[in-house]
Design a protein around this ligand. Structure first.
Ligand SMILES: NC(=O)c1ccc[n+]([C@@H]2O[C@H](COP(=O)([O-])OP(=O)(O)OC[C@H]3O[C@@H](n4cnc5c(N)ncnc54)[C@H](O)[C@@H]3O)[C@@H](O)[C@H]2O)c1
Ligand SMILES: [Zn+2]
Length: 306
């Protein structure tokens, strides 16, 4: 596994950071995040400059039969050791502070790690689901990954304990010796279990997409952090923001698909840059979001609003 990385803030990115603060101050900010905000927590991304090529399991393959699911769950079970231990970093905390300070009113994340919520963000849409949840494809029952982990441990005592595992994005693990791994079925109906995340080749449920468009409509700026926006799933919200002529600020190391839509681009590390950005906005004291625009439901999650 690659460890946390740091980037020196270049003069250019400092200048752009100043522009970013100027553009964002006084606006109701919607934050759109990707894997790049979690790399400093030790969870690798897919498309960073030093990310090795990966081939995540496609949805059709997962559905193709037991051998594919055995491979998926064996690796994912091992990968969970890392993902389950990951903790929020300064970037997650800065995004939570933007909300607490009244600058940001919601986060749409493509990440499945749950780290925004653990850092204190309250209005979060988990666009691609949460890796800590497990769904039965047959009866729809939702259960916890913690329970499944205990069941898989019991079914496969000692599995993979003697090897050093490289964790891949999405909690997968680079590990080939999956033969003999026993998978668990739904406790309610004996059906097929899948982590409650959107696989490649699968679509985000329509109501969730609609909720995200509503958030873009309610925003008067979008801050993209740590995403290449290669996947249409997240890109479309940046595109919608641009079509509404509201500013799009991108903080990302390396190019993104929305670069030509951006008002300001800061090519630098998320943890450091977002901390500076949140600090600078706090100093401006301009609180753009009042209770009227907060979209959170009783649980505090935008996601929970119907
Ligand atoms: N943590 C997670 O939950 C996780 C991790 C990997 C992938 N995924 C899934 O895979 C898909 C990948 O899309 P994506 O756009 O989120 O990721 P991506 O891998 O396509 O893009 C990540 C971007 O972040 C940049 N980056 C990496 N570390 C950074 C840092 N510290 N500071 C600034 N920039 C940094 C990379 O250069 C890259 O451009 C997502 O849809 C998501 O569901 C989730
Ligand atoms: Zn079931």
């Amino acid at each position: 596994m690659r460890g946390p990385t740091t980037t020196a803030v270049t003069l250019d990115s400092v200048a752009n950071l100043t522009d970013a603060v100027r553009v964002l101050r006084g606006r109701r900010i919607l934050v759109l995040t990707g894997a790049g905000v979690s790399t400093d927590s030790g969870i690798p991304d897919y498309r960073g400059p030093d990310s090795p090529p990966r081939t995540p399991m496609m949805y059709a393959e997962f559905r193709s039969g037991e051998p594919a699911r055995q491979r998926y769950w064996a690796r994912s079970h091992l990968g969970w050791r890392t993902l389950g231990r990951a903790t929020p970093n300064d970037g997650h905390r800065a995004i939570a502070a933007l909300e607490t300070d009244g600058h940001a009113f919601a986060v749409i994340t493509q990440n499945v790690d749950g780290l925004h919520q653990r850092a204190g963000s309250r209005s979060v849409v988990d666009l691609h689901g949460r890796i800590s949840d497990v769904r039965c494809l047959d009866c729809g029952d939702l259960s916890s990954r913690r329970d499944l982990r205990a069941r898989l441990d019991a079914l496969n005592p000692g599995f993979g304990t003697d090897v050093e595992i490289e964790t891949a994005p999405d909690g997968d693990a680079v590990f080939e010796a999956v033969h003999g791994f026993r998978i668990a079925d739904c406790r309610a109906c004996g059906g097929v279990l899948k982590p409650d995340v959107v696989f490649f080749g699968e679509n985000v449920p329509k109501p969730k997409v609609e909720r995200c468009y509503t958030l873009v409509e309610a925003a008067d700026a979008v801050l993209v952090a740590g995403s290449s926006l290669t996947v249409l799933s997240g890109f479309r919200f940046a595109r919608h923001a641009a079509s509404r002529s509201i500013p799009v600020v991108i903080v990302n190391r390396g190019p993104t698909r929305a670069d030509d839509l951006a008002t300001v681009r800061v090519d630098a590390g998320c943890s450091q840059t977002l901390s500076r950005l949140a600090g600078a906005l706090r100093e401006t004291g301009a609180h753009a979001t009042g209770p009227g625009v907060r979209m959170a439901g009783p649980t505090g999650a935008v996601d929970a609003v119907g």
